[in-house]
Design a protein around this ligand. Structure first.
Ligand code: ZN
Length: 426
């Protein structure tokens, strides 16, 4: 028998097997007033989305529904791809951020994290990047594994363990009696060798990417912003190279120059917070497609919940500064992904970030793209999530209203499906 004939039989057999597998799975038809086509930026009326197993098989207007399909009629809701928050902390909750990680045990914090994962999913966030457990070590590995097994409801997670910082730097336990051992909220690395060792250790313990604190503490005096860098460009480049060797990437907490330039030069995947970006940094971010993740909601929350009027004024001034810089970044064509920094404020409320991105100058469509297709690109999952496209995983949410006209529709999620499984119904 010729090799070509053999290949033909193999192909025929595999398509029969695939066909039989698909036939065995119930077809689900979602019907609603319309869906948002993220790529064209249009609201397509009379939406029908067919789902088989964990996959979208067809998307269109008034598509015929196959006989025997289970129909879920979502009335006048608008269908969207599942939302992606690229900056969350499942292991933080509202309350004193410094002391909660001192008082609460890791088991207690892990239980709370699972409840918060559920809250985020029910708010429409089907994929999230967790930017550090802040003192709970690699406990996020357990949460991610249980979600992946389907044992607990939660978003598909990308996790970074405890995150990495320098001695005495951002997230170290400062201001305590030095005679008492208070662990900081990061793992410490001061040299390139230590950085590489900690990266290997964190990946070993289950981290799927690396989070590094690059700046802090921030100062804004008479409108002039400054923040010291923590790692040199060469150190960050070594961290990026090590992460790449291990098949992953680096995201940085990075508020301003020169730390933002060092991170862009080193080739990190995202610059989070990104309050201050020089022209050269923005040029590199555009050229290398490094995402800025603004996290406005955390700044707003801290301003609204400051303990004193002076602290409130300082937080508000920082937010105003960031908002002004954001307009320059938008004009410069910096790529953006949505990230809220939820944790210090209540999980499940972070769609507020979309409203703030629009308030500070982004169009509703671009904000929606930041929280869907750009987030998918940032976590390297653009082939599978981020848009309602046949062949992608069925991560689908439905909201009340049209977010292209009124971005606050994203705070009114009524239906949530992740990988073909319905977690929330109207
Ligand atoms: Zn954060």
């Amino acid at each position: 028998m010729s090799r070509r004939l053999l290949r033909y039989f193999a192909l025929a057999l595999s398509s029969v097997t695939l066909g039989a597998m698909l036939c065995a799975q119930q077809v689900l038809a979602l019907r609603s007033a319309g869906y948002v086509d993220i790529n064209s930026g249009r609201l397509v009326p009379h939406a029908v989305i067919l789902v088989q197993g964990d996959t979208i098989t067809a998307v269109g207007s008034n598509l015929p529904v196959p006989a025997g399909a289970e129909v879920v009629d979502l009335g006048d809701l608008t269908l969207l791809p599942g939302l992606i928050d690229c900056h969350v902390h499942l292991f933080l909750h509202p309350g004193d951020e410094t002391l909660q990680t001192v008082r609460e045990s890791v088991p207690e914090r892990t239980i709370i994290a699972t409840l918060q994962a559920r809250a985020d999913l029910m708010a429409g966030f089907t994929t999230e990047r967790d930017m550090g457990t802040e003192g709970a070590g690699s406990a996020d590995t357990a949460v991610k594994q249980e979600i992946d097994r389907g044992d607990i409801p939660g978003p598909r997670l990308f996790i970074s363990g405890n995150a990495i910082s320098i001695t005495g730097g951002h997230e170290d336990a400062l201001g305590f009696n030095p005679a008492i051992l208070i662990p900081g909220n990061a793992t410490y690395a001061d040299t390139t060798d230590q950085l590489i060792h900690v990266i290997r250790e964190q990946i070993k313990q289950g981290a799927t990417f690396i989070k590094i604190y690059e700046t802090g503490r921030d100062r804004l005096v008479n409108g002039v912003f400054s923040t010291p860098y923590q790692y040199t460009e060469a150190q960050l480049a070594a961290a990026v190279a090590e992460a790449r060797r291990l098949g992953t990437w680096v995201g940085v907490h990075d508020m301003g120059e020169p730390g933002t330039l060092y991170a862009a030069e080193a080739g990190v995947e995202s610059i989070d917070h990104a309050a201050q970006l020089s022209d050269e940094t923005m040029r590199l971010m555009r050229a290398k497609r490094i995402f800025a993740v603004p996290t406005f909601t955390i700044f707003e929350y801290f301003a609204d919940h400051a303990p004193t009027p002076a602290a409130k004024a300082a937080e508000q001034a920082l937010l105003d500064y960031h908002a002004r810089q954001f307009r320059l970044q938008l004009a410069a064509g910096v790529p953006f992904a949505m990230g809220s920094d939820v944790g210090p404020f209540p999980h499940g409320t972070q769609a507020r970030e979309f409203e703030l991105m629009v308030k500070y100058g982004m169009s509703p469509l671009e904000a929606l793209r930041a929280g869907t297709i750009h987030g998918a690109e940032l976590v390297r999952l653009a082939d599978h999530v981020g848009s309602l496209t046949p062949g992608k995983w069925a991560d689908i949410v439905a909201v009340a209203g049209n977010p292209l006209d009124d971005i606050s529709a994203l705070t009114r999620v009524r239906f949530v499906m992740k990988a073909g499984k319905i977690y929330r119904r109207p």
